[in-house]
Design a protein around this ligand. Structure first.
Ligand code: ADP
Ligand code: MG
Length: 262
C-alpha cells in the first residue's frame, strides 16, 4: 500500500461515556485509537452509539465521561470532513454551490475556492455536473456531491456515518471502490461507521466491533489484505474468511450484556 505513516495517533478515545439528558446511556467506557492515515470502521448494531461516537470525535458534543482526543489542530475548521447517511444537500442550490458551502460558512471566498470546488467534483467523478441541481441526480450521485463537500477543504480526518447504507448494492460497491481510491490518493484518516460486515471488511485496515448500547469496543480485528482492493478481493476466499470471522465476533458482541445498565 501507499507509504502512509501510521505511527502518529490521530484519534484517541479513552473510557468515553455518553449519557443523554433523557437518561439514555449511548456509550460506556468506549476506548479505541486510530493512527494517522488509517482506515478504521466502527461496526455495530443500530442504536449502539456509533453516530454518538462520531459526533464526539468531531467535537460536536462533549463526552459525559472520559477523554476524546484528536491530533493537535485537527478540530480546526476544514480539518474534519463529515459525511452523513443522507446526502443532506440544499435542494435550491446547484451541485457546485452545495460543494462550496464549507467555504461560505467560513466566510472564505478566497481565490482558490473555485479551483478547489472544481477539483473536489472531479475527484468524485462529477466534473460535468457543477451546474446541476440535486433533483436531477441519482442517489449515488447525490452521495458523491456530499463526499465532495466533505473533501473540498482537504480535511485530514474524514468521518463517515453509514454513507452508503441507503444505496443499491451496485452503486454501493462502486462508491466503496472510489472511496478507497480517494483515501489512498489524499492520505487522510478515515473513520467509517457501518452496520455491514461485508462493507467493513472490504474497506478497512481495522474494524472495531461494538457491543449493543451502551456501546463500547468489544474487539478489534485487523483486515490484513493489501490495497488496492477490487472485485477480485470481494470474491476471494480471504474476503469470505474475514467476513465469517467478523460476523462471528459481531454475534459474540451482540450476546455481551456486561455493559448493560441494570
Ligand atoms: P447508532 O448510530 O449506532 O445507531 P446512535 O449513536 O444514533 O446509535 O444512538 C445511540 C442511542 O442513543 C440510541 O438509543 C439513541 O436513541 C440515543 N440517542 C442518540 N442521540 C440522542 C439524543 N440527542 N438524546 C437522547 N438520546 C439519544
Ligand atoms: Mg447512526
Amino acid at each position: 500500500m501507499a507509504a502512509q505513516s501510521h505511527s502518529v495517533t490521530a484519534v484517541s478515545l479513552r473510557g468515553v461515556g455518553k449519557t443523554f439528558a433523557n437518561g439514555v446511556s449511548a456509550l460506556s467506557d468506549f476506548s479505541f485509537t486510530v493512527r494517522d492515515g488509517e482506515f478504521v470502521s466502527l461496526l455495530g448494531p443500530s442504536g449502539c452509539g456509533k453516530s454518538t461516537a462520531l459526533r464526539i470525535i468531531a467535537g460536536l458534543m462533549p463526552p459525559s465521561l472520559g477523554q476524546a482526543d484528536v491530533l493537535e489542530g485537527r478540530r480546526r475548521a476544514g480539518e474534519i470532513g463529515f459525511v452523513f447517511q443522507e446526502p443532506t444537500l440544499m435542494p435550491w442550490a446547484t451541485v457546485a454551490d452545495n460543494v462550496r458551502l464549507p467555504f461560505r460558512l467560513r466566510g472564505d471566498a478566497g481565490g482558490d475556492t473555485e479551483r478547489k470546488v472544481a477539483q473536489a467534483l472531479e475527484r468524485v467523478g462529477l466534473a460535468g455536473f457543477a451546474g446541476a441541481y440535486p433533483r436531477e441526480l441519482s442517489g449515488g450521485m447525490k452521495m458523491r456531491v456530499s463526499i465532495a463537500r466533505a473533501l473540498v477543504t482537504e480535511p485530514s480526518l474524514l468521518l463517515m456515518d453509514e454513507p452508503f447504507a441507503a444505496l443499491d448494492e451496485i452503486t454501493r460497491f462502486r462508491l466503496n471502490n472510489d472511496l478507497l481510491a480517494l483515501w489512498r490518493m489524499l492520505r487522510c484518516t478515515v473513520i467509517f461507521v457501518t452496520h455491514s460486515v461485508f462493507e467493513s471488511v472490504y474497506l478497512s485496515q481495522r474494524i472495531v466491533v461494538m457491543t449493543p448500547r451502551p456501546g463500547r469496543a468489544f474487539r478489534e480485528l485487523v483486515i490484513d489484505a493489501p490495497y488496492p482492493r477490487d472485485e477480485a478481493f470481494r470474491t476471494s476466499a480471504d474476503y469470505a474468511g474475514y467476513c465469517r470471522r467478523v460476523s462471528e465476533t459481531l454475534a459474540e458482541a451482540m450476546a455481551d450484556n456486561t455493559g448493560e445498565a441494570a
